[in-house]
Write a protein that binds this ligand. Structure first.
Ligand SMILES: [Mg+2]
Length: 359
């Protein structure tokens, strides 16, 4: 077919609206979830009651805002701009993992993200859950083309998380958000998991975890499922993403149900809830967090584009800061150059307890 497409779901305005809906859910999940690291809030969690005050978001939201800003400015993942945006907006007090903290400081000082990301964990790259935690809005953005969502998720992941598991976690979350956006959350749980598995380009521990949770969709108790597949206690993609997508798949577009089931399992609660919130809210208004929850969440930074009706963030506000050095070369680091299409499990299995998790 050579007919030009005018699919309204592919317009930049529609894409931005979807991404912002997902970003709002991600931020609420992150901010409310992180409240339960405060020991005094433990009883509230058991009772399903909200903590007092305003809930501040963490690194999950800060990085997701950069993803959305770059998409709004460029229409896709420009890796140099994304790495520069991560570095420029990096706030040390937002709970980043130590490896990413150091890496983003070095990028800010003029370092090459390609070299720094590849060098993490003695050259293995990070398999932390940090690429997955920020990527749901990208999936919503490309919901009109889920395969592209997976490709762009790959490009976004490797700016910080180059290990194939870190990449697979991002691919899975982006796929889930794209599919949730397409269905408006009106999918059967197994449909969402099957759809994600069909979009994953390579075998991975993340994929094996998804196959496992596919058999646990009738379980009511999230803690039991978390005991089987993990819930982020190791901060790896593979012990975070299968559980989070299990929870998102079961909840459909019910944000409350999704949040409490996810948070009660414990683990890396801000990140599991950010992933779940970003995927569920990608469904649009039906999957949005309760208005009170959004109102209690710290507002997003002013540099995030606010709505499709407004001018998107200009290139100058997401571009690299002057560093005194030439920016890295223009070629993308993608799945081909990483060999991700053919990655096996042999390099990923044995290091579970001491693996390259950078958050
Ligand atoms: Mg966090």
């Amino acid at each position: 077919m050579t007919t030009a497409t005018t699919d309204p779901s592919s317009s930049s305005g529609a894409r931005l609206d979807r991404a912002l809906a997902s970003l709002t859910g991600l931020a609420v999940g992150d901010a409310l979830g992180s409240q339960f690291f405060v020991p005094a809030n433990g009883p509230l969690l058991r009772g399903g009651d909200l903590p007092p005050g305003t809930w501040g978001w963490t690194d999950d939201t800060e990085m997701a805002c950069s993803v959305v800003a770059v998409l709004a400015a460029r229409g896709g993942v420009d890796q140099d701009e994304l790495a520069a945006a991560f570095a420029r907006h990096h706030d040390f007090d937002r709970g980043y993992g130590p490896a990413v903290n150091r890496m983003l400081r070095l990028v800010r000082e003029g370092g090459d993200w390609r070299e720094l990301s590849a060098a993490l964990f003695e050259g293995q790259g990070s398999w932390g859950n940090g690429a997955a935690m920020r990527v749901a809005p990208l999936g919503a953005w490309f919901a009109d083309d889920p395969e592209r969502a997976v490709r762009e998720a790959t490009l976004s992941a490797v700016t910080t998380h180059r290990h194939p598991e870190g990449v697979a976690g991002a691919q899975a979350v982006a796929a889930a958000a794209a599919l949730a956006s397409r269905s408006g959350g009106a999918h059967r749980p197994e449909e969402l998991i099957d759809g994600v598995l069909a979009l994953l380009p390579a075998r991975s521990m993340v994929g094996l975890g998804l196959e496992r949770v596919r058999t646990l969709l009738d379980y009511e108790d999230s803690a039991t499922v978390a005991a089987v597949v993990g819930c982020g206690r190791r901060s790896t993609a593979q012990d975070t993403v299968p559980f989070a997508l299990w929870s998102a798949a079961r909840a459909g577009n019910d944000f409350r149900k999704a949040f409490w089931a996810t948070a009660r399992a414990g683990g890396d609660v801000d990140t599991t809830c950010a992933v779940v919130g970003g995927v569920v809210a990608a469904a649009g208004p039906a999957g949005a967090p309760p208005a009170e929850w959004t109102g209690r969440t710290e507002p997003l930074p002013a540099w995030v584009p606010e709505s499709a009706g407004l001018e998107p963030v200009g290139p100058e506000s997401v571009g690299p800061e002057p560093t005194g050095t030439e920016p890295a070369g223009p070629e993308s680091v993608g799945p081909e150059s990483l060999g991700l299409e053919s990655v096996g499990l042999g390099s990923a299995g044995p290091r579970e307890a001491v693996g390259p998790a950078a958050g």
